[in-house]
Design a protein around this ligand. Structure first.
Ligand code: SF4
Ligand code: SF4
Ligand code: SF4
Length: 277
């Protein structure tokens, strides 16, 4: 059996050692890089309802696209290659197509196989609301629909972001009304106008809706969450004149319907991203 040269062994050992250190270093840099989410995307990409914290979401999402497929109004899109580490992950662009909750059951959340969109909070909210309703109404009337009770509680639990009004362009703040359809010709966004009758509650083109308002309040009346999310505040100016101001309240979900139906160009509303904790 050939005896091994100890010097060669030593040189080989040092060489292998140096290679291993370099390799570990490279992996370390890689891991470090991967662990650092793209900060720009963190700030800008509005995630679908139920998204867990962004720096966990980016790893929990397996880019299966199920949330995209299930959304009945195609509100959920997949980020492109220019979005860096967010590539293939879902987001919502409310200006193009807001989430109007017309699936009624947080379907994108429920379908997520890895809980990157986490259904637990919604499930608890729905079940809790049902228990509360049944306590308050031990013998519910013929209009009672447990699905609607649960669905409303689930929507109200959503916290994608918060609507922020640009007072410098808002028509109401200027004391102006609005007549016509909200968006430019050919706009393809759809939403379901708030209407208590379920059978009439189908999503239709934003521009199928004609408005005639003395003072613009589209963001208020078309909000799927209602007056717990946004109101038009009436104030009295210094000279006794009336002033109006849309005011966003805590229950705003960041769904973005108001962004889509606001008739100014550009929209007088943006959604500031928030993260569920
Ligand atoms: S919750 Fe909104 S984004 Fe998700 S499936 Fe329903 S309508 Fe689409
Ligand atoms: S819809 Fe737009 S312009 Fe009209 S009140 Fe709301 S923010 Fe102002
Ligand atoms: S104000 Fe209403 S429509 Fe606008 S983002 Fe909030 S919940 Fe949605």
């Amino acid at each position: 059996m050939k005896k091994t040269d100890p010097e060669i062994n030593r040189r080989q050992f040092l060489k292998n050692g140096a290679f291993a250190v370099a390799a570990i270093g490279a992996v370390g840099v890689g891991v470090n890089y991967l662990r650092k989410p793209n900060e720009e995307n963190t700030l800008t990409l509005l995630r679908p309802p139920g998204a867990i914290l962004e720096d966990e979401f980016i790893y929990a999402c397996i880019k299966c696209g199920l949330c995209v497929q299930i959304c009945p109004i195609e509100a959920v899109k997949l980020a492109g290659i220019s979005d860096g580490l967010s590539y293939g992950t879902p987001y919502i662009d409310p200006l193009a197509q807001a989430c109007d909750f017309s699936c009624d059951a947080m379907q994108c959340v429920e379908t997520c196989p890895t809980a990157a969109l986490d259904f637990v909070l919604f499930k608890k909210a729905g079940e809790g609301a049902l228990i509360e309703y049944q306590k308050a109404n031990p013998t519910p009337g013929p209009d009672y629909n447990p699905f609607v009770v649960q669905s409303q509680a689930m929507k109200a639990t959503t916290k994608m972001g918060l609507a922020v009004i640009d007072n410098s362009t808002c028509l109401a703040v200027k004391g102006k009304g609005f007549k016509g359809v909200p968006r430019e010709s050919g706009f393809e966004g759809v939403y379901r106008s708030p209407n208590p009758k379920r059978e009439e509650r189908k999503a239709s083109l934003v521009n199928n809706h004609q408005f005639d308002r003395e003072i613009c309040d589209l963001c208020v009346t078309e909000c799927p969450i209602g007056e717990i999310a946004i109101i038009l505040e009436e104030k009295t100016g210094a000279n006794g004149s009336k002033l109006w101001q849309p005011k966003v309240l805590d229950a705003c979900t960041g769904c973005g319907v108001c962004v889509m139906v606001c008739p100014t160009t550009p929209s007088s509303i943006i959604i500031e991203k928030l993260e569920m904790v």
